[in-house]
Design a protein around this ligand. Structure first.
Ligand SMILES: Cc1cc2nc3c(=O)[nH]c(=O)nc-3n(C[C@H](O)[C@H](O)[C@H](O)COP(=O)(O)OP(=O)(O)OC[C@H]3O[C@@H](n4cnc5c(N)ncnc54)[C@H](O)[C@@H]3O)c2cc1C
Ligand SMILES: *[C@@H]1O[C@H](CO)[C@@H](O)[C@H](O)[C@H]1NC(C)=O
Ligand SMILES: *[C@@H]1O[C@H](CO)[C@@H](O)[C@H](O)[C@H]1NC(C)=O
Ligand SMILES: *[C@@H]1O[C@H](CO)[C@@H](O)[C@H](O)[C@H]1NC(C)=O
Ligand SMILES: *[C@@H]1O[C@H](CO)[C@@H](O)[C@H](O)[C@H]1NC(C)=O
Length: 505
């Protein structure tokens, strides 16, 4: 809508910038940028390429740098000829960007599968689902009284406000920080959630300690490998994930990333970005000077350099993950090697040892998912039966024969630990992740604007790390870059958008 296309819009823009005269600064902003770099080809980077193309049009060159596989933390592992989701696995029904991508790219979504779950405290199961719906309901009511229903309402209320982002973004509004984005959605209440743990947030809302220790903690452990001390916002995101209506993509979630890359007509550059340096160049067209970013990267053909007008960084800036050096920036770009949390995903084809989980008679054991509470002697966060990303079978069959289990743990499992968990097993595959931020509220998100035209998509992970959050932040960064370039400052950090957009159709 605001793209300076051919014709009158272009002319108006030209006149407007002429009117500003020579004092408008060294940049010649009447022209579209020539080259944009995106660093990282996970869901953040590939959706950024997609949204950048939408905004900046077909002529700009978009290069996406990727050191490993396209998909990043969306990846599959192979076990006995079948692929399984090893990183980001489930998507919420109301993740509208992901939903849109799947539709646009023509990907398939298999029917999601159920299976009973239980919560293990290290000695016994404190809660077990039953296949009889009514009995389940009675058990929940008996143990937690109205807490489950209240949680549903609590999450719903937050989700309702969160959904405003789609409206703002559909109208092209952008935010200059992750905090101002959250503030536009849920005001001081959302920011307050970054300042306290989900435990505190829920205590204040009157949830019982038992419910927090059992249900909430086990959800945090399975989703983020951490306890109820993570910030309230990521906690709410995590509880929304306890909802029904979760889905994933046939063939693997990473197919969204390859699809978006293709749809964006961006160029994939396989290589590791080592440094970014600010450079001043003569601008041939106006005779003035122009600021560029020089990207140095290491590829199979050795070290290479390229210059860009705009850069989006779509990987965590952490020495153990991206290790990018910023050269000659004045003032220098702050170093933020904040810790990422290690989670190990182990896939095992074998027979579970139900007596380890307190079952006398293994024939009674019918759980497909084991969640855990906080207990120092526990060496796993969760384990569950998984289906391959292709031809997902109905997992509600009885536990006959060996199954493929996915186990999350903070450390790689030892042989002794494996022998406790399984009666017997044959193949295993292990994937060690620096998976998501190690949260410790009060949380402050790193800046989105690292420099004049350099943006940090992964800032949002410190509010909550999830595929949809990366996509939302990618769209925000693309819009922000666009509005900065064309000086549409009235499209950034607007207050009261919710009220203002109510009257628009
Ligand atoms: C085990 C696990 C389970 C999860 N479960 C869920 C879930 O169920 N639902 C959900 O929504 N989310 C889940 N998440 C979180 C989700 O996967 C992430 O939030 C999301 O995938 C992050 O995407 P990204 O593009 O921002 O980062 P990444 O996917 O990490 O992408 C960054 C990319 O940049 C590349 N890169 C890094 N440095 C350089 C460099 N110097 N030069 C070039 N390239 C570089 C990396 O190789 C990587 O491909 C899970 C994550 C993990 C690890
Ligand atoms: C959150 O805490 C920071 C200090 O850590 C404070 O500056 C800020 O005002 C707090 N925000 C809210 C909404 O309470
Ligand atoms: C670039 O990669 C090659 C091999 O892939 C490696 O030997 C070299 O040390 C790397 N250089 C830098 C600066 O990282
Ligand atoms: C990061 O890169 C610098 C040089 O670019 C190197 O000296 C340092 O060892 C690297 N750090 C890690 C953790 O790889
Ligand atoms: C199964 O679990 C029990 C109880 O923890 C343990 O004694 C046993 O060694 C485990 N392994 C096997 C193969 O039974």
């Amino acid at each position: 809508m605001r793209a300076p296309g051919a014709g009158p819009a272009r002319l108006l823009l030209l006149l407007a910038s002429l009117g500003r005269g020579l004092s408008s600064g060294p940049q010649d902003l009447r022209y579209p940028p020539k080259r944009i770099a995106v660093i990282g080809a996970g869901i953040g980077g590939t959706s950024a390429a997609y949204f950048l193309r939408q905004r900046f049009g077909k002529d700009v060159q978009i290069d996406v740098f990727e050191r490993g596989d396209v998909g990043g933390r969306l990846a599959t592992v192979n076990l006995e000829g079948e692929d399984y989701e090893a990183g980001g696995a489930v998507i919420h029904l109301l993740n509208l960007h992901m939903k849109h991508f799947v539709k646009e790219l023509g990907l398939a979504v298999p029917k999601s599968q159920g299976g009973l779950m239980g919560i293990y405290n290290g000695d016994e199961f404190v809660f077990e689902e039953s296949s009889w719906y009514i009995w389940n309901f009675v058990k929940l009511l008996w143990r937690y009284w109205l807490n489950p229903l209240r949680m549903y309402m609590w999450v719903e209320e937050i989700l309702d406000k969160f959904m405003r982002i789609y409206r703002y973004q559909a109208h092209d509004y952008a935010f200059s920080s992750s905090e101002s984005l959250l503030h536009a959605l849920g005001g001081a209440e959302f920011l307050q959630m970054l300042n306290q743990s989900v435990e505190e947030s829920m205590q204040k809302s009157g949830f019982s300690q038992k419910f927090i220790n059992e249900i909430v903690t086990s959800a945090m452990r399975v989703n983020y490998g951490q306890g109820a001390n993570i910030n309230g916002f990521v906690g709410a995101v995590s509880l929304a994930g306890a909802d029904n209506g979760l889905w994933s993509i046939e063939g693997g979630n990473k197919l969204v990333c390859t699809g978006l890359l293709y749809a964006s007509k961006a160029k994939l550059i396989p290589g590791t970005v080592i440094s970014i340096e600010e450079k001043t160049r003569q601008n041939g067209r106006s005779g003035g000077t122009m600021q560029l970013y020089e990207v140095t990267y290491n590829s199979t053909s050795g070290l290479a350099r390229d210059a860009y007008n705009i850069i989006l960084i779509a990987t965590p800036l952490n020495r153990k993950i991206a290790n990018i050096t910023f050269l000659n920036f004045n003032p220098p770009i702050a170093e933020f090697s904040r810790p990422y949390h290690q989670t190990v995903a182990t896939f095992v084809h074998g027979h579970i040892n139900s007596s380890f989980f307190g079952y006398q008679d293994p024939s009674y054991f019918n759980l497909h998912g084991i969640f855990t509470m906080e207990n120092p002697k526990l060496f796993i966060n969760s384990m569950g039966i998984v289906s391959p990303v292709k031809d997902r079978k109905d997992a509600s069959n009885p536990l006959l024969g060996p199954q493929v289990w996915k186990i999350f743990s903070p450390q790689p499992l030892t042989r002794e630990q494996m022998n406790l968990l399984f009666l017997s097993y044959d193949t295993t595959t292990v994937k060690v992740w620096l998976a998501y931020p190690h949260y410790s509220p009060p949380e402050k998100c790193p800046p989105v604007i690292l420099h004049r035209r350099m943006y940090y998509v992964n800032s949002i992970e410190w509010a909550a790390s999830a595929m949809e959050m990366s996509a939302i932040s990618a769209k925000n960064a693309a819009l922000l870059a666009y509005h900065h370039w064309y000086e549409n400052m009235d499209m950034i950090d607007q207050e009261d958008l919710h009220e203002r957009l109510k009257t628009e159709l």
